[in-house]
Design a binder for this molecule. Sequence first.
Ligand code: DAH
Length: 347
Amino acid sequence: MDAEFFHLRYTRAVTLVELLRAAEGVWAQWEEVSQGVEDLEELEAARVRILGRKGSLTQLFSALRDLSPAERAEAGKILNDLKERIESSLVVKREALAKRTREGRLARERYDFSLPGKWRPLGKLHPLTQVRLEIEEIFLRLGFDVASGPETETEYYNFEALNIGPDHPARDEWDSFYLGDKVLLRTHTSPVQIRVMKERQPPVRIICPGRCYRRDNPDATHSPVFHQVELLWVEKGLTFAHLKWVIGEFVRAFFGPGYEMRFSADFFPFTEPSAQVHIRKKGTERWLEIMGAGMVHPRVLEEVGYDPKEVTGFAFGLGIERMAMLRYGIEDIRLFWQNDLRFLSQF
Ligand code: DAH
C-alpha cells in the first residue's frame, strides 16, 4: 500500500477520494503489522512504519496540502481520528505485551523454597581482639588516645631510653629476638612511650596496644608472641593517687563491680616507685596479677626532653592474653593460637 500511495502522490495531485481510500488502507496496514508482534521492540517497529517520520499516515498528512481548503478540513479531521485510533490501539497492545513479558519472567524465575539453603557461618572477632577493643574503648572514654609503634625496635627505644641498663637480662640474646646488632622484636610496648613523648608535649595521655616478642618456650602461661596494652599519662601535678584512680576505674569497667585491688612494691627501671597490681573477686582467696605500673622515672622524662620538676607521669603495662584468660577462665594461653573453632566460637 505504501508504494501505491507514493505513486499517487508523485505523479499528480491527490484527490479527496483517493486520500480517504488510502486512509482506510492505513488502518488495514496497522492491523496487519501490529497483529503478530511478539515484543515491545517489534511493536515499536510497527508504530514507526505508520506514525514515524516517513510512516504511511505521516505521508497522508503531507498530502493534505494538495487538496482545496474545504476538502483539506474534512480530510484532516478524518486523518486525525485515524491517528487517535491507531495510538489508542498502540497503548492497549503495549500494555498487553508488557504484562505478557512480566508474567513470563515470573513463571521462569519461580523459586523452589523447599531446597536446603546454603549455610554461611558468621565469622567473629578473635577473643584477643575483642578484649583489646574493649580495653581501648574504656580508655578512650577516659580521654586517652590510642597510639602505636613498630614491632621491630632498636635497642635504644626498647631498652636505653627506658633506663634499662646494659646488664639487664632482657637485653640478653637468650631472652629477646634480635634481628641484627641493635635491632630486635620489641619485648614490650613501653618503647611506644618514648616515641610518643619525643613527638608531643605534655599533657600526654595515651594507650598503645600491640604485639610483643620474647624467647619463651610455649607453655600454659607463656607464649613467644603476646600482646600488651601500655598506658602513659604525663602532665603537671600527677601523683600516685591518679594512677590508682585510673586503674581502679579500669578494673571496675572491665571486670565489673565486686573486685578488689591490691598494690605491692615491684621494680621496673623506667618507673619509680613501681608496683604490681593484683585483683581479687570479693570473697575469694586468690589474688591475680594484672599489670605492672609506676610513676615514670625522672630519667625517662629527661631522656625525651621533659623537665621532671615541671611534669610527672605514670604508666602501666598489662597483658591482653592475661586479661582474656581472667575474663573467660581460660587456663592455657596456647589455645589462643591454635585456631580451633570449637574454642574460638565460644566468645
Ligand atoms: N613493660 C613491662 C613489661 O613488659 C610492663 C610495664 C611495667 C609497663 C610498668 C609499664 C610500667 O608502663 O609502668 O614487663
